[in-house]
Design a protein around this ligand. Structure first.
Ligand code: ZN
Length: 205
């Protein structure tokens, strides 16, 4: 369904491009914004403008940073830059998920995607050169590759492993196995295969 007002149509079509929103939700949001023109639409428009102007992707670690300040999220520009571990993730949401586990509180390198000819993600856009620099410059002892268990994620992990293998550091990758709380009979073949392949010993021997 099209409205007759081109500006509104354009707004709806832009909103529907946001993740998880279809045309129906986009229409609802656009009308809600219109209904709250002064107390929501205006501050949202202003904030979008400021965000567009003021935040960018850090060229060193891939985190989002302010144009006016040093990168703090993954601490890539700290002066005392010597750290043992560096965890590589595909995107910022993955970093947040890792942080939420409290198991790792170190430095991150955010690729911003996976290697893919389809969407134009090449080693340069994934900051692989910067990753090699960071590992060398900061005396990193272990790189933890936390890319997804998808074909693209694993291809990217292999590429990173190849790029770092001459640096004499430990390179680890997240284990693929049984999800916590899962029952064997309900697992898909790939998960079960990988859980079996990467099985661990329990107890002493
Ligand atoms: Zn950074």
């Amino acid at each position: 369904m099209k409205f007759t007002e081109p500006v509104l149509d354009n707004l709806i079509s832009l909103i529907s491009r946001l993740p998880g929103l279809g045309p129906k939700s986009a229409r609802r949001i656009a009308l809600h914004l219109f209904k709250n023109k002064e107390n929501l639409m205006k501050p949202l428009a202003d904030t979008l403008g400021i965000a567009h102007e003021k935040i960018l992707r850090c060229k060193i670690c891939g985190a989002i940073k302010s144009v006016d300040a040093n990168c703090t999220i993954s601490k890539c520009e700290y002066i005392d830059n010597s750290y043992d571990q560096l965890c590589i993730v595909e995107n910022i949401a993955d970093m947040w998920a890792m942080e939420a586990t409290n198991i790792y509180k170190g430095h991150y390198h955010i690729l911003g995607g996976t290697l893919s000819a389809l969407n134009g993600s090449d080693p340069e856009s994934l900051l692989i050169g910067s990753l090699i620099d960071r590992v060398k410059k900061n005396n990193v002892k272990e790189v933890i590759i936390a890319t997804s268990a998808t074909i693209e994620g694993q291809t990217t992990a292999h590429y990173i492993n190849d790029s770092l293998k001459n640096l004499n550091i430990k390179i680890t990758k997240l284990a693929h196995g049984l999800p916590v709380g899962s029952e064997i009979e309900y697992l898909d073949d790939g998960t079960l295969f990988s859980a079996f392949k990467y099985r661990n010993s329990i107890g002493e021997k």
